[in-house]
Ligand binder design. Structure first.
Ligand SMILES: [Fe+2]
Length: 265
Protein backbone atom coordinates (compact mmCIF):
# COMPACT_ATOMS: atom_id res chain seq x y z
CA UNK A 1 0.00 0.00 0.00
CA UNK A 2 1.08 3.55 -0.62
CA UNK A 3 -0.43 7.01 -0.22
CA UNK A 4 -1.14 7.40 -3.98
CA UNK A 5 -3.15 4.15 -3.95
CA UNK A 6 -5.25 5.34 -1.01
CA UNK A 7 -6.02 8.57 -2.90
CA UNK A 8 -7.18 6.51 -5.90
CA UNK A 9 -9.34 4.40 -3.61
CA UNK A 10 -10.92 7.55 -2.17
CA UNK A 11 -11.72 8.78 -5.67
CA UNK A 12 -13.23 5.41 -6.54
CA UNK A 13 -15.35 5.54 -3.38
CA UNK A 14 -16.71 8.99 -4.22
CA UNK A 15 -17.63 7.97 -7.75
CA UNK A 16 -19.23 4.75 -6.55
CA UNK A 17 -21.27 6.48 -3.82
CA UNK A 18 -22.45 9.13 -6.29
CA UNK A 19 -24.18 6.41 -8.33
CA UNK A 20 -26.60 6.01 -5.43
CA UNK A 21 -27.49 9.68 -4.88
CA UNK A 22 -31.23 10.22 -4.64
CA UNK A 23 -33.38 13.21 -5.64
CA UNK A 24 -35.45 12.48 -2.54
CA UNK A 25 -34.01 14.53 0.37
CA UNK A 26 -34.92 11.94 3.04
CA UNK A 27 -33.18 9.19 1.08
CA UNK A 28 -30.19 11.38 0.33
CA UNK A 29 -29.73 12.07 4.07
CA UNK A 30 -29.21 8.32 4.54
CA UNK A 31 -26.64 8.26 1.72
CA UNK A 32 -24.78 11.24 3.21
CA UNK A 33 -24.92 9.56 6.62
CA UNK A 34 -22.85 6.67 5.26
CA UNK A 35 -20.43 8.88 3.36
CA UNK A 36 -19.75 10.91 6.48
CA UNK A 37 -19.56 7.77 8.64
CA UNK A 38 -16.95 6.37 6.25
CA UNK A 39 -14.76 9.49 6.54
CA UNK A 40 -14.97 9.34 10.34
CA UNK A 41 -14.18 5.64 10.50
CA UNK A 42 -11.07 6.33 8.37
CA UNK A 43 -9.97 8.98 10.89
CA UNK A 44 -10.66 6.77 13.91
CA UNK A 45 -8.94 3.70 12.45
CA UNK A 46 -5.90 5.89 11.70
CA UNK A 47 -5.90 7.17 15.29
CA UNK A 48 -6.04 3.66 16.79
CA UNK A 49 -3.37 2.45 14.33
CA UNK A 50 -1.10 5.32 15.36
CA UNK A 51 -1.57 4.40 19.00
CA UNK A 52 -0.51 0.84 18.14
CA UNK A 53 2.55 2.22 16.26
CA UNK A 54 1.67 0.38 13.04
CA UNK A 55 4.09 1.06 10.20
CA UNK A 56 3.17 3.42 7.35
CA UNK A 57 2.03 0.66 4.97
CA UNK A 58 -0.22 -0.93 7.55
CA UNK A 59 -1.69 2.44 8.49
CA UNK A 60 -2.70 2.98 4.85
CA UNK A 61 -4.12 -0.52 4.67
CA UNK A 62 -6.15 0.16 7.81
CA UNK A 63 -7.46 3.40 6.33
CA UNK A 64 -8.45 1.61 3.13
CA UNK A 65 -10.46 -0.83 5.20
CA UNK A 66 -12.19 2.09 6.91
CA UNK A 67 -12.97 3.51 3.49
CA UNK A 68 -14.48 0.30 2.11
CA UNK A 69 -16.06 -1.25 5.20
CA UNK A 70 -19.60 0.02 4.52
CA UNK A 71 -19.51 0.05 0.73
CA UNK A 72 -22.31 -2.53 0.82
CA UNK A 73 -24.59 0.06 2.46
CA UNK A 74 -25.13 1.86 -0.85
CA UNK A 75 -26.57 -1.04 -2.87
CA UNK A 76 -28.35 -2.27 0.27
CA UNK A 77 -30.18 1.03 0.66
CA UNK A 78 -30.88 1.32 -3.07
CA UNK A 79 -32.53 -2.09 -3.12
CA UNK A 80 -34.24 -2.25 0.26
CA UNK A 81 -34.43 1.35 1.57
CA UNK A 82 -33.18 0.19 4.96
CA UNK A 83 -29.92 -0.35 6.86
CA UNK A 84 -31.39 -3.25 8.85
CA UNK A 85 -29.54 -6.33 7.69
CA UNK A 86 -32.07 -8.65 9.35
CA UNK A 87 -34.83 -7.55 6.97
CA UNK A 88 -32.64 -7.07 3.89
CA UNK A 89 -29.12 -8.37 3.29
CA UNK A 90 -25.82 -8.73 5.20
CA UNK A 91 -24.09 -5.48 4.18
CA UNK A 92 -20.61 -6.76 5.10
CA UNK A 93 -20.89 -9.69 2.74
CA UNK A 94 -22.49 -7.48 0.10
CA UNK A 95 -19.58 -5.03 0.46
CA UNK A 96 -17.04 -7.79 -0.19
CA UNK A 97 -19.02 -8.75 -3.30
CA UNK A 98 -19.03 -5.17 -4.54
CA UNK A 99 -15.23 -4.96 -4.25
CA UNK A 100 -14.88 -8.21 -6.20
CA UNK A 101 -17.39 -7.25 -8.91
CA UNK A 102 -15.93 -3.79 -9.37
CA UNK A 103 -12.36 -5.17 -9.31
CA UNK A 104 -11.54 -2.29 -6.98
CA UNK A 105 -8.56 -4.01 -5.34
CA UNK A 106 -7.10 -5.78 -8.36
CA UNK A 107 -3.80 -3.86 -8.40
CA UNK A 108 -2.95 -4.72 -4.78
CA UNK A 109 -0.86 -7.74 -3.75
CA UNK A 110 -3.04 -10.79 -3.15
CA UNK A 111 -2.51 -10.81 0.62
CA UNK A 112 -3.57 -7.18 1.00
CA UNK A 113 -6.67 -7.85 -1.10
CA UNK A 114 -7.55 -10.70 1.23
CA UNK A 115 -7.02 -8.59 4.35
CA UNK A 116 -9.30 -5.83 3.06
CA UNK A 117 -11.99 -8.18 1.76
CA UNK A 118 -12.04 -10.20 4.99
CA UNK A 119 -12.28 -7.08 7.15
CA UNK A 120 -15.15 -5.68 5.05
CA UNK A 121 -16.97 -9.00 5.04
CA UNK A 122 -16.80 -9.57 8.80
CA UNK A 123 -16.73 -6.01 10.19
CA UNK A 124 -20.37 -6.43 11.22
CA UNK A 125 -20.27 -10.14 12.19
CA UNK A 126 -21.51 -11.01 15.66
CA UNK A 127 -18.09 -12.42 16.59
CA UNK A 128 -14.67 -12.61 14.99
CA UNK A 129 -14.43 -15.84 12.95
CA UNK A 130 -11.39 -18.12 12.76
CA UNK A 131 -9.07 -16.56 10.21
CA UNK A 132 -5.96 -17.95 8.54
CA UNK A 133 -3.54 -15.19 9.59
CA UNK A 134 -2.87 -12.90 12.57
CA UNK A 135 -2.84 -9.76 10.45
CA UNK A 136 -6.34 -10.56 9.15
CA UNK A 137 -7.48 -10.68 12.76
CA UNK A 138 -5.66 -7.44 13.63
CA UNK A 139 -7.19 -5.43 10.79
CA UNK A 140 -10.63 -6.88 11.41
CA UNK A 141 -10.38 -5.83 15.07
CA UNK A 142 -9.32 -2.34 14.03
CA UNK A 143 -12.30 -1.75 11.78
CA UNK A 144 -14.74 -3.26 14.26
CA UNK A 145 -13.56 -0.84 16.96
CA UNK A 146 -13.50 2.23 14.69
CA UNK A 147 -16.94 1.41 13.33
CA UNK A 148 -18.51 1.09 16.78
CA UNK A 149 -16.94 4.34 17.96
CA UNK A 150 -18.49 6.24 15.07
CA UNK A 151 -21.86 4.49 15.39
CA UNK A 152 -21.98 5.76 18.98
CA UNK A 153 -21.26 9.29 17.74
CA UNK A 154 -23.96 9.10 15.06
CA UNK A 155 -26.55 7.53 17.29
CA UNK A 156 -26.12 9.89 20.24
CA UNK A 157 -25.96 12.87 17.87
CA UNK A 158 -29.17 11.72 16.19
CA UNK A 159 -31.20 12.50 19.31
CA UNK A 160 -29.51 15.85 19.75
CA UNK A 161 -30.55 17.20 16.32
CA UNK A 162 -33.94 18.52 15.12
CA UNK A 163 -36.18 15.79 13.75
CA UNK A 164 -36.23 17.17 10.20
CA UNK A 165 -32.42 16.88 9.95
CA UNK A 166 -32.23 13.26 11.10
CA UNK A 167 -31.29 10.48 8.73
CA UNK A 168 -34.18 8.09 9.44
CA UNK A 169 -32.10 4.94 9.22
CA UNK A 170 -29.56 6.06 11.85
CA UNK A 171 -31.94 4.52 14.40
CA UNK A 172 -32.88 1.66 12.06
CA UNK A 173 -36.49 2.83 12.05
CA UNK A 174 -37.15 0.96 15.32
CA UNK A 175 -40.32 1.71 17.35
CA UNK A 176 -39.88 3.92 20.43
CA UNK A 177 -41.47 3.07 23.78
CA UNK A 178 -40.74 2.85 27.50
CA UNK A 179 -39.70 -0.82 27.78
CA UNK A 180 -36.57 -2.82 26.99
CA UNK A 181 -35.51 -6.48 26.85
CA UNK A 182 -33.91 -8.01 29.94
CA UNK A 183 -31.72 -10.09 27.59
CA UNK A 184 -29.89 -6.88 26.66
CA UNK A 185 -29.11 -6.13 30.32
CA UNK A 186 -28.02 -9.74 30.92
CA UNK A 187 -25.64 -9.59 27.94
CA UNK A 188 -24.00 -6.44 29.32
CA UNK A 189 -23.30 -8.11 32.68
CA UNK A 190 -21.87 -11.15 30.93
CA UNK A 191 -19.53 -8.84 28.97
CA UNK A 192 -21.06 -10.09 25.77
CA UNK A 193 -22.37 -8.31 22.71
CA UNK A 194 -26.15 -8.63 22.82
CA UNK A 195 -27.65 -10.74 20.08
CA UNK A 196 -29.51 -8.78 17.45
CA UNK A 197 -32.32 -11.32 17.75
CA UNK A 198 -33.41 -9.56 20.96
CA UNK A 199 -33.65 -6.21 19.20
CA UNK A 200 -37.28 -5.04 19.33
CA UNK A 201 -37.34 -1.37 20.27
CA UNK A 202 -35.21 1.74 20.21
CA UNK A 203 -34.29 1.19 23.88
CA UNK A 204 -33.05 -2.30 22.99
CA UNK A 205 -30.86 -0.73 20.32
CA UNK A 206 -29.40 1.69 22.87
CA UNK A 207 -28.65 -1.20 25.26
CA UNK A 208 -27.26 -3.30 22.44
CA UNK A 209 -24.87 -0.49 21.58
CA UNK A 210 -23.77 -0.37 25.22
CA UNK A 211 -23.17 -4.13 25.12
CA UNK A 212 -20.73 -3.62 22.23
CA UNK A 213 -18.28 -2.03 24.69
CA UNK A 214 -17.25 -5.55 25.74
CA UNK A 215 -16.23 -6.21 22.14
CA UNK A 216 -13.68 -3.36 21.89
CA UNK A 217 -10.18 -4.64 21.31
CA UNK A 218 -7.68 -1.85 22.00
CA UNK A 219 -7.06 0.43 24.95
CA UNK A 220 -7.01 3.40 22.52
CA UNK A 221 -10.59 2.47 21.62
CA UNK A 222 -11.64 2.62 25.26
CA UNK A 223 -9.99 6.03 25.57
CA UNK A 224 -11.94 7.26 22.54
CA UNK A 225 -15.10 5.83 24.10
CA UNK A 226 -14.41 7.91 27.21
CA UNK A 227 -13.52 11.04 25.22
CA UNK A 228 -16.83 10.82 23.37
CA UNK A 229 -18.66 10.35 26.70
CA UNK A 230 -20.74 7.74 24.89
CA UNK A 231 -21.66 5.69 27.95
CA UNK A 232 -23.26 8.65 29.73
CA UNK A 233 -24.84 9.91 26.52
CA UNK A 234 -26.45 6.54 25.72
CA UNK A 235 -27.54 6.04 29.33
CA UNK A 236 -29.21 9.47 29.34
CA UNK A 237 -31.40 8.28 26.44
CA UNK A 238 -32.69 5.30 28.45
CA UNK A 239 -35.38 5.18 31.18
CA UNK A 240 -34.09 6.72 34.41
CA UNK A 241 -34.31 3.81 36.86
CA UNK A 242 -32.08 1.90 39.25
CA UNK A 243 -31.41 -0.97 36.87
CA UNK A 244 -30.10 1.37 34.17
CA UNK A 245 -28.01 3.34 36.68
CA UNK A 246 -26.34 0.09 37.78
CA UNK A 247 -25.58 -0.78 34.16
CA UNK A 248 -24.04 2.66 33.80
CA UNK A 249 -21.70 2.23 36.81
CA UNK A 250 -20.75 -1.26 35.67
CA UNK A 251 -19.80 -0.10 32.18
CA UNK A 252 -17.94 3.01 33.33
CA UNK A 253 -15.79 0.94 35.69
CA UNK A 254 -15.10 -1.62 32.94
CA UNK A 255 -14.12 1.06 30.40
CA UNK A 256 -11.91 2.88 32.91
CA UNK A 257 -9.98 -0.30 33.63
CA UNK A 258 -9.53 -1.19 29.95
CA UNK A 259 -8.53 2.34 28.97
CA UNK A 260 -5.61 2.15 31.41
CA UNK A 261 -4.14 -1.02 29.95
CA UNK A 262 -1.45 -0.82 27.28
CA UNK A 263 -3.22 -3.49 25.29
CA UNK A 264 -6.84 -4.29 26.07
CA UNK A 265 -6.78 -7.82 27.40
FE1 LIG B 1 -21.18 -1.52 8.64
Amino acid sequence: MNRARLILFKEWFETYARRFYSPDPAEQRNIYLKIEHTARVCDIIAAISRDLSLDADDMLLAESIGLFHDIGRFPQFARYKTFRDSISVNHGRLGAEVLAEEKTLQDLPEHEQEIITTAVKFHNAYTIPDLPSDDMVLFLKLVRDADKLDIWRIFTGYFEMPEEDRASEAALGLPDGPGYSEEMIAAIYRNRSASISYLRTLNDFKLMQLSWISDLNFSASFRLLQEGDYINRLISLLPDNEEIQKVSSFLRAYAAEKARLDEAG
